[in-house]
Design a binder for this molecule. Structure first.
Ligand code: PLP
Length: 545
């Protein structure tokens, strides 16, 4: 029996194999119907095929138990039906306008046929031989993003954008790789060749530390830094403990005084701080660090200044809101994810370098490809084979345009402000973090305890907070399971709440199709679920009285 039960199976012969490479499916096949459904009305197709009711993961796993590679091929149409039944239906409807819990949202329609084209062209950006025009196209897209951040003049870009000896940045699969690439450059620079020493990239970390006489290296970021930075610290040999977390203020922004104190402490211990990261849009709260101040500290300390704008960088598209990221132009490197607020499908990240020579310290060559002096992008990227994702970003830049992105960004921020006001005006909700960009956090707080929790003694307050945390978790889980709307949750330590561990709902308002009505529905649904959590509510009341 094959994986989809007792469906018919095809023979594994070369003729049929050749057919799957050449002959399209017939007009009535399931595959063709899916294709038609997708191109006719994508949103409706997804609405109809993704089942909103939650099936436990344990149960779904039962459909994916066999570890045998099938011996017998299935007919494409049969298998496509299987994919529809078992996979598509149980996937997450990320483009649903009520799905406001994550950074993954709806995609523009035109990207569907263009993605198909991109897949069919199957270019490999590692080298010119397998990408040709895609290489200058990607370099141009990187140039556009570089200019968005650094605002150099025409001449700067004319000389560097297509030069074999420069790169303005690197396209990659996401913010994780982008952050790693930036820190890789920073590490190789601080431990560069000097005298007899050939550089960390040649001799490794141990000899580099001996040569420079350091007892350790450190990267600094606020406590709201993304976990990808820990992976980078680990991979670069600095160790996760070498990623130093700096306290934040009541707005979830890094505290420059704490940053300076940390730097002093590290240096006293002969640990070399070589990179400071400013977060431009933290993953949990969307807060932007004071980039200008960090830039100044980096300048004084001779540190690499990296800005992790994986999520928030797209706000630069908005003339009205770009001031929020002021100081980003002083960064040595910047991470931006196109698969977040630039509305690309998953797998599109970028790192941009202020100095077009910066990537020389991570340059690699190979004889059969990536020869010296070639324009192959693979010489200065961590990843090897890479898809032509930049093609889709290129299309978005033209079809949506800067002005279009500005509207999308402004709209998201306006919607987040609206939602924040809405939450504030409720008797039984509490706004925890004000949106700076389009992320906000809040929680349900029954009216009956709203006043008492502020007035009661510390110990009682803690106990009540614990129950509220339970309640938030309960509501979030039930809401997700009912499948109508979705918000995520995270844990913060708000200064206003004496730094207590506080579980909050987290909302990302990036989907242009999310309406004000939906926002009202989200609160209504949460209120209804809360009213069913009788024992938790009663416990709260008892403590509060
Ligand atoms: C999403 C995100 C990342 C990681 O990016 P991936 O694309 O998930 O690899 C890093 N930093 C921040 C601030 C992010 O929001």
């Amino acid at each position: 029996m094959n994986s989809s039960g007792n469906t018919k199976t095809a023979d594994a012969n070369l003729d049929t194999l050749l057919r799957i490479f050449t002959v399209p499916e017939d007009r009535n096949s399931t595959l063709t119907k899916i294709e038609e459904g997708l191109s006719k009305n994508l949103n409706e197709f997804l609405r109809n095929h993704i089942v909103t009711e939650e099936r436990p993961l344990k149960e779904i796993e039962q459909d994916f138990l066999s570890s045998h590679i099938p011996e017998q091929p299935e007919f494409i149409s049969d298998h496509t039906q299987h994919l529809l039944d078992k996979v598509v239906s149980q996937s997450v409807h990320t483009s649903s306008p009520g799905f406001i819990g994550h950074m993954t949202s709806a995609l523009p329609y035109f990207l569907m046929p263009l993605s198909k084209l991109m897949t069919a062209l199957n270019q490999n950006l590692v080298k010119i031989e397998t990408s040709k025009v895609f290489t200058p196209l990607e370099r141009q897209v990187l140039g556009m993003l570089h200019r968005l951040i650094y605002q150099e003049d025409d001449n700067f870009y004319l000389q560097r954008m297509h030069s074999a000896h420069h790169s303005l940045g690197a396209f990659c699969s996401g913010g994780t790789i982008a952050n790693l690439t930036a820190l890789w450059v920073a590490r190789n620079n601080v431990l560069k060749a000097e005298g007899q020493f050939k550089g960390v990239e040649q001799e490794g970390l141990l000899r580099a530390m001996k040569h420079y006489g350091y007892d350790g290296l450190a990267i600094l970021v606020s406590e709201r830094g993304h976990y990808s930075l820990k992976k980078a610290a680990d991979l670069l040999g600095i160790g996760q403990e070498g990623l130093i977390s700096v306290p934040t203020d009541h707005n979830n922004k890094i505290r420059p005084d704490e940053l300076k104190a940390t730097l002093t402490r590290l240096k006293q211990n002969n640990i070399k701080p070589f990179a400071i990261i400013g977060v431009a849009g933290t993953t949990e709260t969307g807060s932007v660090d004071p980039l200008d101040e960090i830039a100044e500290i980096c300048r004084q300390e001779g540190c690499h200044f990296h800005v992790d704008a994986a999520w928030g960088g797209a706000a630069l598209m908005s003339k009205q809101h770009q001031y929020l990221l002021k100081g980003i132009e002083k960064a040595d490197s910047v991470t931006i994810d196109a698969h977040k607020q630039l509305y690309l499908p998953m797998g599109a990240g970028m790192v941009l370098f202020k100095d077009a020579d910066a990537t020389h310290v991570i340059e690699h060559h190979a004889q059969y490809i990536l020869r010296e002096g070639s324009k192959d992008l693979g010489c200065r990227t961590l990843e090897g084979s890479r898809s032509g994702m930049a093609f889709l970003l290129y299309a978005c830049m033209h079809i949506i345009s800067r002005a279009g992105y500005e509207l999308l960004i402004d709209e998201s921020i306006a919607k987040a402000k609206y939602f924040a006001e809405l939450i504030r005006s409720q008797q039984d909700f509490e706004l925890i973090t004000q949106p700076e960009l389009c992320i906000l956090t809040y929680r349900y707080l029954p009216e009956s305890v709203k006043d008492s929790i502020k007035q009661c003694p510390q110990e009682k307050r803690h106990a009540m907070n614990e129950i509220l945390n339970e309640l938030t978790k309960y509501i979030q889980k039930k809401q997700r399971e009912s499948g109508k709307t979705f918000v995520s949750r995270t844990q913060l330590n708000p200064v206003e709440l004496n730094g207590m561990d506080t579980i909050v709902f987290r909302v990302v308002l990036a989907n242009p199709l999310t309406s004000k009505e939906i926002l009202h529905e989200v609160l209504d649904e949460q209120r209804t679920i809360a009213s069913q959590a009788i024992s938790l509510i009663n416990k709260l009341k008892a403590l509060g009285s």
